[in-house]
Design a protein around this ligand. Structure first.
Ligand code: HPA
Length: 257
C-alpha cells in the first residue's frame, strides 16, 4: 500500500484540538450511512491549501464521542466509499519520552494496542468478507509519513521523525505506574484513538499516517495538572499541524507549491 497513487484523494481525521478545520472552504457535506452505522460526523469536502480535501471530526461535531465509543469501522468505511485513498490522522497524545514534550509534533512509525472491547476489524466472519490477517509490519504508511516529515522540515519545524504510539482505552488518563509501564515497553507517546483506526484503514486498503501532537506529559512525568498543560500546549501544537498540512497536502496530491 505504499506505492504512489495516480489520483490520491485525501482526508484528514481531526481529533482533540482539531474538531474543525477552519481553513477548509466546505462545498459538500456528506451524511454517510454504512453497514456499520453512521460515521462520527458528516464528511466535509472542500478546498484548502489549493487542493481538494475531506475532513472528518473523529469525536463528532460537538466533540462528544469518547475514544472507546467512536464507530471507527463506520468512519473508515464512509471515507473509502467517498473515494478517499489517503488519510492523515491528527492525534493529540501525552508525551512519554523526550522526543515528545508538550507542543511537539511527531510522526509515529510503530504502535502498541492496549485497547479492549472495540470493534476493531471488518474481518469478522460476516458475509462477503474473507479472513485477512493484514500485515502491521509498518502500521503507518511510509509514503505519507515521509510527506509529513518533509513538510515539517521545509517549514523549519522540529519534528520527531518516528516514535511508538501506545494506544490506551480511555477516556480516563493513565496512572503514573501505567505510564512507566508504557515507557518500559517502548512507547514514546500515548493516545487513545490510533487503534483500531490504523488497522481498519489497512484492512480497507487505505494509506494512513498519523500526525501526533503532544499536548501534555504522561501522568507522573510533568509537574502540575495535565489539563492545565493541555490547555497551554494544544493551540501551539495545532498551529504546527496546520503548517505541516499546508505543505504536505499539496505534495501528497501532486500540486506544485
Ligand atoms: N494519555 C492518553 N491520551 C492522551 C493524553 C494522555 O496523556 N494526552 C492526550 N491524549
Amino acid at each position: 500500500m505504499s506505492e504512489p497513487r495516480n489520483n490520491p484523494r485525501i482526508a484528514v481525521i481531526g481529533g482533540t484540538g482539531m474538531n474543525q478545520w477552519p481553513g477548509l472552504e466546505i462545498d459538500q457535506r456528506i451524511q454517510a450511512t454504512t453497514p456499520y452505522g453512521p460515521p462520527s460526523a458528516p464528511l466535509l469536502f472542500g478546498r484548502v491549501y489549493g487542493v481538494r480535501a475531506c475532513f472528518l471530526a473523529r469525536h463528532g461535531e460537538g466533540h462528544k464521542i469518547p475514544p472507546h465509543r467512536i464507530n471507527y469501522r463506520a468512519n473508515l468505511w464512509a471515507l473509502r466509499e467517498a473515494g478517499i485513498t489517503d488519510i492523515i490522522a491528527i492525534a493529540a497524545v501525552g508525551g512519554i519520552t523526550h522526543w515528545y514534550p508538550p507542543a511537539a509534533v511527531g510522526v509515529p512509525d510503530d504502535a502498541i494496542d492496549y485497547t479492549s472491547g472495540r470493534e476493531h476489524t471488518y474481518s469478522d466472519g460476516g458475509d462477503g468478507w474473507e479472513l485477512h490477517h493484514v500485515e502491521m509490519n509498518e502500521p503507518y504508511s511510509a509514503r505519507l509519513r515521509k510527506h509529513l516529515i518533509d513538510a515539517a522540515r521545509t517549514s523549519n519545524l522540529d519534528v520527531a521523525e518516528r516514535g511508538v504510539m501506545g494506544v490506551t482505552q480511555g477516556p480516563r488518563l493513565e496512572t503514573p505506574a501505567e505510564i512507566r509501564r508504557l515507557q518500559h515497553e517502548g512507547c514514546d507517546m500515548v493516545g487513545m484513538t490510533s487503534f483500531p483506526e490504523a488497522p481498519l484503514a489497512r484492512e480497507l486498503g487505505l494509506d494512513y499516517a498519523c500526525l501526533a501532537v503532544s499536548v501534555n506529559w504522561g501522568a507522573g512525568i510533568g509537574e502540575g495538572g495535565i489539563h492545565a498543560e493541555i490547555e497551554k500546549s494544544v493551540e501551539q501544537g495545532m498551529s504546527k499541524v496546520r503548517m505541516i498540512l499546508s505543505r504536505a497536502l499539496p505534495a501528497i496530491v501532486g500540486v506544485r507549491a
